[in-house]
Each structure stands twice: as C-alpha cells, then as structure tokens.
Design a protein around this ligand. Structure first.
Ligand SMILES: [Zn+2]
Length: 187
C-alpha cells in the first residue's frame, strides 16, 4: 500500500514501478468504464488537495486511460479520508447548547482548532452533575441550539446548580439567580 502526500508523487512513483512486463501489458490495456466512473465518485467523495483533484481531472480528460493508471488512481484515492459532510448552521461559538432534553457544553480544542461537546450528566446524588465528552454530539448540534441566559438561569434555579460548570450553587445571590456571576458570561 502506497500512501504519499499527494497524487503527483504517488503517481510518478507508481509509474516507475511499472517497468515489469505484466504491468507494461496492463498499461496498454484501457481502463474499464466502471473504473473511470469509480475514480469520479472517489474524487467527489474524498477529502483531497486541490492539486490532487487537478491531477485526477487531467487523468480523466485523457482520451485513453490505461488500466494501470486507473488502478493507481483508485488505490491513491481510496487511501484518502472521506469528505466531512457540510451541515447547515453549524456551531461556531463555544458555550451552552440544548438538544432535545440534553444539555451540552461546547468548547474549542486548542490542539485541533475544532469544537467539541460535553454532555451534562446527572450523578446519583441530588443536585450533582458532571460533564462527559460525547464525540458525535458536535455533529448534531446547530448554532440555534444555543442556550439563552434565561434558560440557563431557570435550569440553575430548579437544580440549585450552575449549568455552565456543573457545581452546586451555594452563594445566596447565585442560588437566587440560578447561575454564578462568572459563568453567566459563559452561557
Ligand atoms: Zn458555574
């Protein structure tokens, strides 16, 4: 299995390998229609560099594509990750979100630069909560699932807990407000 950074280097390297007799024969055999259409499907479905797309398009625009070149392209494209599905109205801000009856805290990962979500989970004890990372949640959340300050406060009053940090409210002012002053800015 060859996994090069781009199609160019992959292709030139595979071309170099085609010096044996059997592959030379394959080079003169034209690719099947199925192979050609599969290359198009892979090009559209996989996450590719612009230069890779250009290279694939150049291959497909050739009058005759050899079976060897088609196989190389398919092998190269199949090793690429799937394109991420583009969703309408994605989450673009850190904060608190509500999906059906569940609450999520969205944070930005400094490492990956991507948002991720943690679900607010109720513990066995009364008014005790913690957050648990949930990988798929960020893909289900939308910008309009954002919790309002009023919703955060109402939940906080009902559960005597700050929804942003999950801790028990003890300060009388915070108990009455349903949220702490610092966390109120982070809803
Ligand atoms: Zn808090």
């Amino acid at each position: 299995m060859y996994r090069y950074g781009n199609y160019n280097s992959y292709y030139s390297s595979s071309t170099r390998r085609t010096s044996s007799r059997s592959t030379t024969a394959r080079q003169s055999t034209p690719a099947t229609e199925k192979q050609i259409s599969f290359i198009g499907t892979l090009r559209d479905g996989r996450e590719l560099e612009a230069s890779d797309v250009e290279m694939v398009n150049r291959l497909l625009s050739q009058e005759v594509v050899s079976m060897a070149a088609a196989s190389n392209a398919i092998e190269f494209l199949k090793a690429k990750p799937w394109k991420r599905e583009e969703v309408a109205n994605p989450v673009t801000e850190a904060g608190m979100y509500k999906l059906d009856t569940a609450f999520f805290k969205v944070q930005l990962s400094k490492q990956s630069g991507r948002f991720y979500a943690k679900r607010l989970v109720r513990d066995d004890g009364p008014n005790s909560f913690h957050f648990e990372y949930e990988a798929r949640a960020i893909h289900q959340l939308r910008a309009d699932h954002r919790l309002t300050l009023e919703e955060a406060k109402a939940w906080g009053v009902a559960n005597c807990t700050c929804i942003v940090c999950g801790t028990l409210l003890t300060d009388p002012k915070s108990v009455a407000a349903g949220i702490g002053p610092v966390c109120a800015k982070r809803v």
